[in-house]
Design a protein. Structure first.
Length: 125
């Protein structure tokens, strides 16, 4: 979610340029690659931390496994909606390629955010 905030904070100033010229602004590719890099590094660090702590952690309960499955289902739905919105935006001439790329990326980012939130919600039940 912090990588998504980084992306939005750096993408937002590019928006007027992209809408005025109907093209992808300079530096957008670097922003996307940097954001993906941040997400990958964060996932690697999180997996390493979990691997070190997993020796002392008990096995997941049935409720935790069910919460994880439900959260994955919600995340897949959000990501699918984001990708379908990006594909659908191609048919609207007022939306630029910049808007389409943002819809695709934000669909993926919000899918992960919804997954973590849903895991917390369902694990508490």
């Amino acid at each position: 979610s912090s990588a998504t905030a980084y992306y939005i904070a750096n993408m937002w100033p590019m928006r007027p340029i992209a809408l005025a010229s109907d093209s992808i602004p300079a530096g957008y590719g670097t922003l996307v690659l940097t954001t993906f890099g941040l997400i990958i590094v964060a996932q690697i660090i999180m997996q390493a931390v979990l691997a070190f702590g997993s020796g002392s952690a008990p096995a997941a309960t049935a409720n935790e496994r069910l919460a994880s499955l439900k959260a994955t289902r919600i995340a897949n739905g959000v990501m699918t909606f984001g990708i379908l919105a990006a594909v659908g935006s191609i048919f609207f001439p007022e939306l630029t390629a910049f808007c389409t790329a943002n819809l695709a990326f934000l669909g993926l980012a919000f899918g992960e955010t919804f997954k973590y939130a849903a895991e917390l919600f369902y694990a508490r039940k």
